[in-house]
Design a protein around this ligand. Structure first.
Ligand SMILES: Cc1ncc(COP(=O)(O)O)c(C=O)c1O
Length: 438
């Protein structure tokens, strides 16, 4: 494919160095299985499942066919006070794989919308139970909860918030769980559970009765795969229970087999009150997110409203869009029929072995990993993030797509990947970092 001069100017790309990209574009024009093809005809391995979405591999005809058939049968209907069958079916299928007691699903169109919706669910729940003064949210340093105003308010990543100072008030941050003493630790670090006591400190400082919810990613994903220390999530749950604070897990990256079970909540044995999800919900084939809530949260909000009155004044034009629901249903069928969550669990050991073999490379300063997720920190260059973007570009032209956040590469192959693909990911990373040098 030829790219004419200036023909890329009109699209303002998200989270992209637009000038640099447009002077040296990297477009993907085809995808199938674990592979991508760039506009020059080169083949790449997809080392990050797109952006952690494409768990079942690219080009799944079952999903495309389901979306096509749905659009031909019924392309759209208002989701407010009317409905289409697909959203109910998808919600039932999700409830079957969600942790026990989390049985109600609210549909949105992205992870960011899921986070903002979860915050509103927490506010509505607290108000419905007569605790409307619980206006504070506890989040965490290095958290990524999307880019809408609610999610940015919760964010613990400075670049994502410093340009946007006008965000929601009353958000306080716990410390993150990465420790320089726990480098190259595979799986859950032994130390660090005491960091959950930061929640107790917030309670001691602000008063439990002012805190509505505590939100964390079970594994902090976008910031570079910070795996929770042993006992950490359990302790957060305990403190929330003691003080009547809702626990929200943001499972936008962790959900759908990435940790070896349907959700990280199940992998770590800790059940939140509210869960957000998106990305692999439709295998990336349609934009969709969702918020799943416990029976207690749902019943409290719904039962508090008078008969025939709307209980929750929230929703999007495209909540539960028929095409997205069709994609979601077909995706969950693939996960089940091909036992992809079990497959991820089975591949995890091999994947982590191979990732941690990279630790002899000078440029790598830390590796973390769990399930089919690994974060690889590189020694920064002249300024934070420069090395990351240089390496990301070199990897691409060497045949590997990897998502970078600053100087951290995040590896998350599709759950259908074979061991040979993992080997290839590692050898391209090694070769590229050797070429890069210090
Ligand atoms: C944990 C988490 N929450 C929310 C989001 C936002 O999702 P989206 O980009 O679909 O809005 C992301 C995206 O990476 C995420 O990782």
């Amino acid at each position: 494919m030829n790219i004419a001069a200036n023909s890329l100017e009109h699209h303002w790309m998200p989270f992209t160095a637009n000038r640099a990209f447009k002077s040296d574009p990297r477009l993907v024009v085809k995808s199938e299985g674990v592979h991508l093809w760039d506009h020059r005809g080169g083949q790449l391995l997809d080392g990050s499942s797109g952006l952690f979405c494409v768990a079942a591999g690219h080009g799944r005809t079952e999903i495309a066919d389901a979306v096509h058939a749905q659009l031909q049968t019924n392309d759209y209907m208002s989701p407010f006070a009317s409905g289409t069958p697909g959203s109910f079916e998808l919600a039932r299928k999700l409830a079957a794989i969600l942790p026990e007691g989390i049985d109600h699903v609210f549909f949105v169109n992205s992870g960011s919308e899921a986070v903002d919706t979860a915050l509103k669910v927490a506010m509505a729940y607290n108000r419905a139970r007569g605790e409307g003064q619980r206006i504070r949210f506890v989040s965490r340093e290095r958290a990524y909860h999307g880019v809408n105003i609610g999610g940015v308010s919760l964010s613990g990543m400075v670049k994502n918030r410093e340009t946007f100072p006008v965000v929601m008030p009353n958000v306080v941050l716990m410390r993150h769980t990465w420790s320089p003493n726990e480098r190259f630790v595979r799986g859950q670090p032994e130390g660090g559970a005491e960091l959950a006591e930061d929640l107790q400190r917030m309670i001691d400082a602000y008063g439990a009765s002012t805190i509505g919810a505590c939100i964390v990613e079970p594994i902090a994903g976008s910031t570079g795969i910070l795996v929770p220390p042993k006992g950490y999530l359990e302790r957060l749950r305990e403190i929330c229970d003691t003080y009547g604070i809702l626990l929200i897990f943001d499972e936008v990256i962790c959900g759908f087999g990435r940790t070896g079970k349907a959700f990280a909540s199940q992998s770590f044995g800790v059940t939140p009150d509210i869960m957000t999800m998106a990305k692999a919900l439709t295998n990336g084939a349609q934009p969709m997110g969702a918020v799943a809530v416990s029976d207690k949260v749902y019943d409290t909000i719904v039962d508090a409203a008078p008969e025939n009155a709307i209980e929750f004044f929230h929703g999007y034009t495209y909540s539960g869009h028929p095409a997205a629901c069709a994609a979601g249903i077909a995706t969950l069928d693939i996960y089940e029929n091909e036992k992809l969550f079990e497959r991820a669990a089975a591949l995890s050991d091999y994947f982590l072995d191979k990732m941690f073999e990279l630790q002899d490379i000078d440029l790598i300063t830390d590796i973390r990993g769990y399930g089919l997720l690994a974060g690889i920190d590189l020694a920064p260059g002249a300024a934070p993030g420069l090395r990351g973007s240089e390496v990301q570009t070199r990897l691409f032209w060497n045949g590997l797509h990897v998502k970078f956040t600053g100087d951290c590469g995040i590896i998350a192959p599709p759950l259908v990947a074979e061991r040979s693909h993992v080997d290839e990911i590692c050898s391209i990373i090694r070769k590229t970092l050797e070429e890069t040098g210090h």
